[in-house]
Design a protein around this ligand. Structure first.
Ligand SMILES: CC(C)(COP(=O)(O)OP(=O)(O)OC[C@H]1O[C@@H](n2cnc3c(N)ncnc32)[C@H](O)[C@@H]1OP(=O)(O)O)[C@@H](O)C(=O)NCCC(=O)NCCS
Length: 208
């Protein structure tokens, strides 16, 4: 295996990135996943907000997002509400927050720090652009095993306290995110009752 390198997102990788997205989020309805066209859209409207991890010249992980004004008073939203139906269509360069649309790493390359590095690049972009931080609807795949015994909020509290481990939320918490409650009907994923979790990272360098 080559050393993993990182690069700003480029249209030429869009097809391989869409394939990673669909492999990684196999329990989520296709309409909630990024298509080739969506990824091309993100490359066009906000290339400085997207990053790709490469093994040689093969993409093995990526993250994209857009800028928007996030209303914490009305934080329940679906993925489409915020990101628009076409890739990056609702990007607003003046927006205060970076909204994380996806971070996905090829399963064969996990637990080597690639996801962490993609977050570091995202945080660096937020600092450079002088934005308030990162907000996202995070998936909670581990909730599928507890769907019948506890609410999504109870599950999230147990992951935050360390009583339960979630393959994605535990990773987000390790990367400095705060969990601010379940978002019902966020996306079409019956294995987790369509729930996600609102996660927030505040930029410590933000000066208003
Ligand atoms: C979540 C995801 C992006 C993490 O990617 P990753 O490359 O495995 O991330 P990292 O390697 O940085 O960290 C994952 C774990 O491996 C650990 N790790 C990192 N380097 C390691 C190493 N060299 N040896 C052992 N463990 C290591 C990390 O501490 C972390 O542990 P944690 O889960 O207890 O927090 C990946 O699992 C994924 O694509 N999941 C499906 C999609 C998804 O849920 N995306 C988030 C969208 S909301």
């Amino acid at each position: 295996m080559n050393e993993i390198t990182y690069a700003p997102i480029r249209v030429e990788w869009a097809e391989q990135l869409a394939e990673i997205e669909h492999t990684v989020f196999s329990s989520i309805g296709t309409e909630d996943l990024l298509s080739y066209e969506d990824i091309v859209g993100y490359c066009k409207v906000f290339p400085e907000g997207g990053f790709v991890a490469l093994d040689g010249d093969k993409p093995i992980g990526f993250g994209v997002g857009l800028l928007l004004d996030f209303n914490f008073e009305d934080a329940y939203h679906s993925l489409d509400d915020l990101t628009g139906t076409a890739g990056g269509g609702d990007h607003n360069p003046e927006g205060d927050w970076y909204y994380g649309v996806t971070i996905a790493v090829n399963p064969e390359y996990r637990k080597r720090g690639i996801g962490h590095q993609l977050y570091e690049l995202r945080k660096e972009a937020v600092r450079k652009l002088g934005k308030k931080g990162i907000v996202a609807g995070g998936v909670i795949p581990g909730y599928s095993e507890h769907l019948d015994t506890m609410s999504a909020d109870e599950y999230i509290d147990k992951v935050v306290s360390g009583d339960l481990y979630d393959p994605t939320l535990s990773f987000q918490l390790q990367n400095g995110f705060e969990a601010r409650g379940a978002i019902p009907d966020y996306l079409d994923d019956p294995t987790v009752g369509n729930n996600a979790v609102l996660i927030v990272w505040e930029n410590p360098d933000y000066r208003g």
